[in-house]
Design a protein around this ligand. Structure first.
Ligand code: NDP
Length: 323
């Protein structure tokens, strides 16, 4: 067997594993470099209630274990390490890890995105086990039925999350560090028009208060951006919406991205009206949150992972490269 692989998949969230399942079943013998945060963002979620096929819900880590087992079952080879560097300028493509240099005819990038956090003390602990700090209203809003919560941020995500949360919560306070909002006018207006939403500016969260049952959040410390005066503010939950960071830094500019670092795919990648997961480099495909800042759901990531595997398979076949 040639030491040049057919396909290397970088990243192991729903997008990467789904790409692996499809590519393995297409006999491409894919190699997945999982990254050190194996399983991605869902590993820090509690219950996933909105993934079709699990009517009773499933814990995020358990779901990712199922994804992994399914990818392995069809012959995916997995290396649980990080990619440190890639060379997509020369063919075959080169993918380097800490201790190996690998080559492949095609690559799927599915490295996801990470929510931006404030990096305050205790944040990591409060994010796990349903203790009140989360970055996903769609995933966790339901658990705050009848409660008062805070959304931190002033962009479209904050507005959208706040509006969504009013389905469950009695009051949603959007805290923004400036008096001006980055959000689009229409989204901001929708939030202003919602009687359950209050705006608090210019403030930022300076700390979390954890007097609730089982160490749960029961409030935040807000700091006025100008006077720096601090005040306690009650909240049963905090939804962080200060943006996401796509995990694309390792590409070092080798694929075209938007200004936020999200990989451009499909028609945007090269200006041609071709849908799909192709990037600005032929033979390199991208799927999941590293190229999607709009939907960001496990199911949409998995769907795009399937597309990427099919795109890669067809491309390899057309080049006569798969072995
Ligand atoms: P944005 O980058 O647009 O907004 C981030 C917000 O977080 C800003 O208000 C920013 O404040 C604030 N912020 C950033 N860092 C900090 C910090 N350290 N402390 C306190 N506040 C902070 O991110 P979004 O996730 O809202 O949106 C990302 C993209 O997705 C945008 O293009 C948006 O339009 C799009 N989107 C579209 C939607 C739709 O159309 N339905 C829904 C959701 C997102 P500041 O302004 O002061 O920098």
């Amino acid at each position: 067997m040639s030491s040049i692989r057919n396909l290397i998949i970088i990243g192991s969230g729903p997008a990467g594993y789904t790409a692996a399942i499809y590519a393995a079943r297409a006999n491409l013998k894919p190699l997945m470099i999982s990254g050190l945060e194996v399983g991605g963002q869902l590993m820090t979620t509690t219950e996933v209630e909105n993934y079709p096929g699990f009517p009773k819900g499933i814990m995020g880590p358990e779901m990712m274990q199922h994804f992994r087992e399914q990818a392995l079952r069809f012959g995916t080879e997995i290396k649980d390490t990080n990619v440190t560097e890639v060379d997509f300028k020369n063919k075959p493509f080169t993918v380097k890890t800490a201790d190996e240099t690998l080559q492949a005819h095609a690559v799927i990038v599915s490295t996801g995105a990470s929510a931006r956090w404030l990096n305050l003390p205790g944040e990591l602990e409060l994010r796990t086990g349903g203790k009140g700090l989360t970055a996903c209203a769609t995933c966790d809003g339901f658990f705050y039925r009848g409660k008062e919560v805070v959304v931190m941020g002033g962009g479209d995500s904050a507005m959208e999350e706040a509006n969504f949360l009013t389905k469950f919560c009695t009051k949603v306070t959007i805290v923004n560090r400036r008096n001006e909002f980055r959000a689009s006018k229409i989204m901001l207006q929708r939030a202003k028009d919602n009687p359950k939403i209050a705006l608090k500016t210019p403030y930022a969260i300076a700390g979390y208060k954890t007097g609730g049952e089982g160490g749960k959040i029961d409030g935040v410390v807000l700091e006025h951006s100008e006077t720096k005066k601090k005040e306690d503010f009650p909240a049963a939950g905090v939804f962080m919406a200060i943006g996401h960071i796509p995990n694309t830094q390792f590409l070092k500019g080798q694929l075209k991205t938007d200004e936020g670092g999200y990989i451009l795919t499909g028609p945007m990648a090269d200006g041609k009206p071709t849908p799909g997961t192709r990037t600005s480099i032929e033979g390199v495909f991208a799927c999941g949150d590293c190229q999607d800042h709009i939907y960001r759901q496990a199911v949409t990531a998995a769907g795009s992972g399937c597309s990427a595997a099919i795109d890669a398979e067809r491309w390899l076949a057309k080049q006569g490269l798969a072995h």
